[in-house]
Design a binder for this molecule. Structure first.
Ligand code: TRP
Ligand code: ZN
Length: 862
């Protein structure tokens, strides 16, 4: 029986089908901030014009109006409804002014105006602006903003907002003021201000049409030396967007500010990007190569939003992938052009499989253009971002480079200055190319990862090969039956005797349930290379033997396909050994040896190709995940690869030695293969592995080598483990970003006592849930450690639930984002599933749970 008293409230559902154009437009906004961390006064004057009957509705969240005026005259003729301010206005055009008082220092949610490291900053996407002032806080209300800020000059010498600085001056009480105007109409989610004690790395960029843009990256004085990489990335991205998409920057200034407390990676506010400091600060001593790449990618991503997001924004939040999917696709293209496109593709597919595939297969599955949500913050997902980027990539594959560019040109041209929809984007592609995309549009509507089965048959005598393709779409919550998808599959055949191609590459568009493709004049037994470059984000099942996969891993001429063949071989091997309890490792060992010894391959590629699939990806292949068996099978295979190829790993390790740090693709590749080699050397169980790791740790002149060595030690039983952790801590405990690595490295350890260490670390004096980076570094990382998290006694689940219940009171958005690992209970055995469910129920029973968490937990239990 349901106990009605205790049943938690269900947040209202917002539906895409209910979209209505706004009944009032806002043409201009004047904002006046009297800034103080404890008491900030916000006066807003909105010039509003009527487009339909009804009251003016201004969203508000936790605000109380201190005063309301219409056309300069105070009024009491207003009411509050669900936090929003409703005013019946007599005419069709008015100036409406409100005054509110807010307390940035008490804002632990980090949405709206908040304090970070003594400075003040804002985060408004998606619905944070309503925590600052009353406003129609929806992306289809575009207005011109004038912002005036007043603050204590000693504490907040720098005052920044969107657009261009207009005027500034001193006041006689030690305070000062500044005014900024943004000439481009924008939605409220792109508003930003920063007040702080900051210094800038300044530079400039001359656009293709010859305009000079002043660039500034603002940080605390101590961090200034760590901003050159971000500045270089910014200028490279500005030039890339001109060259590849014909997009120029449009204001005279572009500023970036780095803050330590931030819910996401970064935010594309017009002319004033605000960043999580982890995506700005980098120097060799504190940032890994991975961090350097991420800094460049996120700087580019936020910059690219100026066109795909800001100049053209979203009509409503259901269209979020319009800006995010497209912008991720653009930043992926940018990063591919900076180094190795093959390695970049491998990394992107790996992360798609690690985060998006499980989402699509679980209780939170949604299409890239969802139909309903309760809390929009929960929809900043791998599906919207990464699958959204894959959908744009498929469009570019189907159209080809020229028509795709014509499509983006048409889209930018048609919708500049407006709030658009995903449909507008697809229609632009259709109109520019003349290709009918009717069936392709299902990618926007249907959730779930398509499965494609492929079987190749060959008539030895006649030389004809026939490929049979069949697709199925899994049911997902609310979508039991589905239409077939349009899948662009790049396909090629290789001769098993000569190793040479026996067909040209074909782009097959599978748009029905099944299709059959014939290849003529195939004179030797063909081996199938399919979904080359991961041309469609699907799961492919083939009947290829281990020998065929090993063959492709050596002979395919598409580097991604080589990697993929090796991964499939490793996956098949691991799944078989989990099932049988013992593994036949020969094929994998030989294939790894072949790749490792191929000197024509770049080291970064080799490093990716020889890495085993993660524990959780192996689990994703199984009907019921057995975390301990997967761990054991994977460790056994690692040990065998390490042991059987001991000499190769030593050679690879020694050959990749560099006597000083250099940030080039070649040097990065060498560091990468060294870390991987060190891992295999350690896995082989050789006695000197710890000494080797310690020597690397001790001699390292960069964080990639230092953290790589620390990781090897933290997974080991060696005495050096504790010493290295202490040295690392003592050296870096004042640097929050590096200290995060210290927490994460331990949370991801493969040791048996990892769970106990994580519990201890949650009581460490440097641990806090108030900083999202730190919370993710320990709690988020731990939940990714499949074996430790899924302890059979359920202690891992209880720990995560405890942390999330505590975090929900501080920062619901960040808490809700870390829930999905608990929601995957259906994938586990009955004992684990029951314990996971029990923790979800326990979370749900907590009084005062946030809307964010209620939605995620509710869906996970449904
Ligand atoms: N639009 C941002 C991006 O993709 C994402 C973002 C930053 C965000 N901060 C947020 C989303 C807060 C929701 C809430 O670059
Ligand atoms: Zn984005």
């Amino acid at each position: 029986m349901v106990d009605a008293m205790r049943s938690p409230s269900v947040p209202p559902v917002i539906r895409r089908a209910d979209y209505r154009a706004p009944s009032w437009a806002v043409t201009d906004v004047a904002l006046d901030f009297d800034l103080d961390p404890r008491r900030t006064v916000v006066c807003a004057t909105l010039s509003v014009t009527r487009s339909a009957d009804g009251p003016l509705r201004l969203d508000g969240d936790g605000l109380t109006p201190a005063s309301v005026a219409i056309d300069g005259r105070m009024t009491d003729d207003w009411r509050l409804e669900d936090g929003a301010l409703l005013i019946d206005l007599p005419g069709d055009a008015h100036d409406v002014s409100t005054e509110v008082v807010i307390e940035p220092q008490a804002n632990t949610q980090l949405m709206g105006l908040y304090a970070s490291g003594g400075n003040l900053c804002t985060q408004c996407e998606a619905e944070g602006f309503r925590r600052i002032t009353f406003f129609p806080d929806r992306p289809d209300v575009l207005a011109r903003y004038r912002v005036r800020m007043t603050a204590d000059k000693a504490r907040f010498p720098v005052l920044l907002s969107n657009g261009d600085p207009m005027a500034s001056g001193d006041l006689d009480d030690g305070r000062h003021w500044a005014e900024w105007h943004d000439p481009f109409p924008k939605p409220s989610y792109l508003f930003a201000l920063v007040a702080g004690d900051l210094v800038a790395n300044r530079s400039h960029f001359v656009t293709a049409s010859g305009r000079e843009v002043q660039l500034g990256i603002w940080v605390r004085p101590a961090d200034l030396a760590k901003t050159d990489h971000a500045m270089h990335a910014l200028k490279t991205a500005m030039a890339w967007d001109e060259r590849v998409y014909g997009r120029e920057y449009d204001l005279d200034v572009f500023n970036i500010v780095a803050v330590d407390d931030f819910n996401f990676g970064a935010m594309e506010n017009k002319g004033l990007n605000i960043f999580n400091s982890r995506y700005i600060l980098a120097d060799p001593d504190t940032a890994t190569d991975y961090d350097y790449d991420a800094v460049a990618a996120v700087v580019a991503h936020e910059y690219f939003h100026n066109w795909s997001g800001n100049r053209i924004t979203c009509r409503d939040w259901f269209q979020l992938s319009l800006k995010e999917g497209f912008t991720v696709f653009r930043d992926q293209g940018f990063s591919a052009d900076q180094g190795s496109p093959a390695v970049k593709r491998i990394e992107d597919v790996r992360s798609l499989r690690a985060s998006q595939f499980p989402e699509d297969a679980g209780p939170l599955a949604h299409s890239i253009r969802p139909d309903a949500y309760q809390e929009i913050s929960n929809f900043y997902t791998a599906t919207i971002y990464n699958k959204g980027a894959e959908v744009v990539r498929m469009l570019s594959t189907i159209l080809g480079p020229q028509a795709f560019r014509a499509g983006t040109d048409l889209y930018f041209d048609r919708f500049d200055g407006t709030a658009a929809t995903c449909e507008d984007f697809v229609a632009s592609m259709e109109d520019a190319s003349g290709i009918d995309l009717t069936a392709f549009r299902r990618w926007y509507a249907q959730a779930g990862t398509p499965r494609v089965s492929a079987t190749l048959s060959h008539e030895a005598g006649g030389g004809r090969a026939t490929l049979s393709l069949h697709q199925t779409m899994p049911p997902t919550p609310g979508q039991p039956d589905k239409e077939p998808m349009v899948l662009p599959l790049r396909i090629k055949l290789f001769g098993s005797e000569t190793g040479q191609p026996v067909s040209d590459e074909q782009l097959v568009l599978l748009s029905d349930d099944s299709a059959s493709i014939t290849f003529e004049a195939v004179t030797e037994r063909p081996v199938l290379s399919i979904n080359r470059g991961f041309s469609a984000p699907v799961i492919v099942e083939t009947d290829r033997s281990s020998a065929d996969l090993a063959f492709l891993s050596a002979h395919d001429d598409d580097p991604f396909a080589r990697y993929e063949a090796m991964q499939q071989l490793m996956l098949d091997t691991l799944v078989a050994s989990v099932a049988s309890g013992r593994g036949d490792h020969r094929a994998v060992v030989d294939a790894v040896a072949g790749t490792l010894r191929d000197d024509r391959l770049d080291r970064a590629f080799v490093a990716e190709a020889v890495l085993l699939p993660s524990d959780s990806f192996v689990g994703d292949q199984m009907a019921v995940v057995d975390p301990q068996a997967i761990f054991a099978a994977r460790e056994a295979l690692r040990a065998d690869i390490g042991h059987a190829l001991a000499g190769d790993w030593r050679r690879a390790y020694a050959d990749a030695y560099a006597d000083r740090f250099d940030y080039t693709p070649d040097a990065k590749g060498k560091r990468r293969i060294r870390t991987v080699a060190l891992g295999y050397i350690a896995a082989s169980g050789t006695v000197d592995a710890a000494a080797l790791a310690w020597a690397q740790f001790d001699a390292a002149d960069n964080m990639t080598d230092r953290q790589g060595a620390l990781m090897a030690l933290v997974n080991s039983d060696a005495d050096e483990r504790i010493a290295a952790l202490d040295i690392f801590y003592n050296r870096y405990h004042h640097n929050p970003l590096v200290l995060d690595k210290w927490f994460t490295t331990q949370a991801l350890s493969t040791r048996d006592d990892t769970f106990d260490m994580v519990v201890d670390l949650s009581g460490h004096r440097d641990f806090t849930l108030a900083n999202p980076n730190r919370a993710r570094a320990l709690v988020g990382a731990f939940s990714m450690n499949q074996r430790a998290f899924h302890r059979v006694d359920g202690a891992g689940y209880r720990f995560l639930a405890d942390q999330l219940i505590a975090l929900d009171r501080i920062n619901p958005q960040t808490a809700a984002k870390m829930l999905p690992p608990l929601g995957r209970w259906r994938r586990f055995d009955a004992a684990r599933a029951e314990r996971m469910r029990a923790e979800l129920e326990r979370i749900l029973s907590v009084p005062g749970l946030s809307k964010d968490m209620l939605e995620q937990v509710g869906k996970s239990l449904a």
